[in-house]
Ligand binder design. Sequence first.
Ligand SMILES: Cc1ncc(COP(=O)(O)O)c(C=O)c1O
Length: 470
Amino acid sequence: MKNMKEQKKNNSKSNKMPMSEKKTTKTASATKAKTAATVKTKTLSNAAVTKLYKDYLIPGVITYYKDPLPIVSGKGCALFDAEGREYLDFFGGILTVSVGHCNDYITNRFIDQAKRLQHASTLYPTIPAARLAEKLAEITPGNLKRSFFTNSGTEADETAIMMAQHHTGAQEIIALRHCYSGRSAMAMNLTAHSSWRISKTLLPGIKHAHAPYCYRCPFKLKYPSCDIACATDLEELIKTETSGRIAAFIAEPILGVGGFIVPPKEYFKVAVDIVRRNGGVFIADEVQTAWGRTGKHWFGIEHFGVVPEIISSAKGMANGIPIGWTITNSEIADNLKGLTISTFGGNPVSCEAAHATIDFIGKENLLDHTHKVGNHLRKSLEELQGEFPVIGDVRGMGLMVGVELVTDKKSKVPNPEAVLKIFEETKKDGLLIGKGGLYGNVLRISPPMTITKDQIDHALKVLKKAFKKL
Ligand SMILES: Cc1ncc(COP(=O)(O)O)c(C=O)c1O
């Protein structure tokens, strides 16, 4: 009875479809080959998709651009909107699409898996989860070996904190200003961006250290004569702001949402030494920086010569298929007493997609490629910095490059308006980029790692044209 009523309601809803959709449904019934649902999704206009999005999602779900840009398909580094217009994707689904949209190698592997087994839960060991965990132990630095799978970066960070607290018996956590950790209560409290803390900061025991943000040094010093004051300050922070015994220091090797802030090369050695002397462990939040994104290495922290006790990651791990992951050493893993389960964690399809992504990066030698083309991208942007007064800073590693915009180079006043203008101009020319930074004044450039030098050069031309128009 209820189903019939619902069906009726749906039918009457479809009678009120906009003209563009009605036409489509006609075509669909003519071809008969496709289901109405598929055809409807494929042929909604940009405006129709945007309207549904606005009407039925909560307003907290923000979208880029004055006229939001619905995306219906993607291949390689290209995305296509609902009207078939093509865009070159230089944000990679916020660094999730590591090796190109709908990558055939990965898609085939997870489709094969989806035909075999889609879910059984961690109550039953599955081959994809077991094999992936083995592979991860092989590619992570030091003695990191024992994995826990979840569904998002937020959960990966939550797990990391829980592991550190159980292991040390301490509770307090040090995070970095300008960091982002996710959207659970704990993660929002760790996150040091007021705009992303919609539930306020209500959890005690989290203290924020100054960020290693050389362009806007919190101590107004200059590298290297600063003696890495942002790192040495941790000693005083722990002695004055905590009980003196901390559980962990959690930090992104490059602050992603913060605007791709790259710490000085000595930073982590100095900071982590202080943390360990005060009883804490080091959690590298590699949600953005892992999987070769920073070039040369699998993990961002490997550039800094420090082995963390715990690594958390998500985003680019399975090329866009949802997965979260935390790894630690056996000692910490064994100290995690009690039960814990993530029902979908270790899902065989996600695990197979992640394993395939790692295999693809390895077999295509993308760690080297990312290093090489990333250097080219950064150097070319540095040249633009010389040309345009609005570009205050260019920084990054591999294919994770930030461009901080200011009103002028001397005052360094953040210029988020210029970012919005660059966004609209580049969109007109078919280029999609990201933004970030506390003030929304940093362009974030992070294409899939399969990007070619020619595609980078094309994007640079589009960016230059947009800067000229400012
Ligand atoms: C560094 C970092 N940690 C954690 C998260 C949270 O990940 P998710 O959005 O998958 O929960 C993010 C997301 O942007 C992130 O950038």
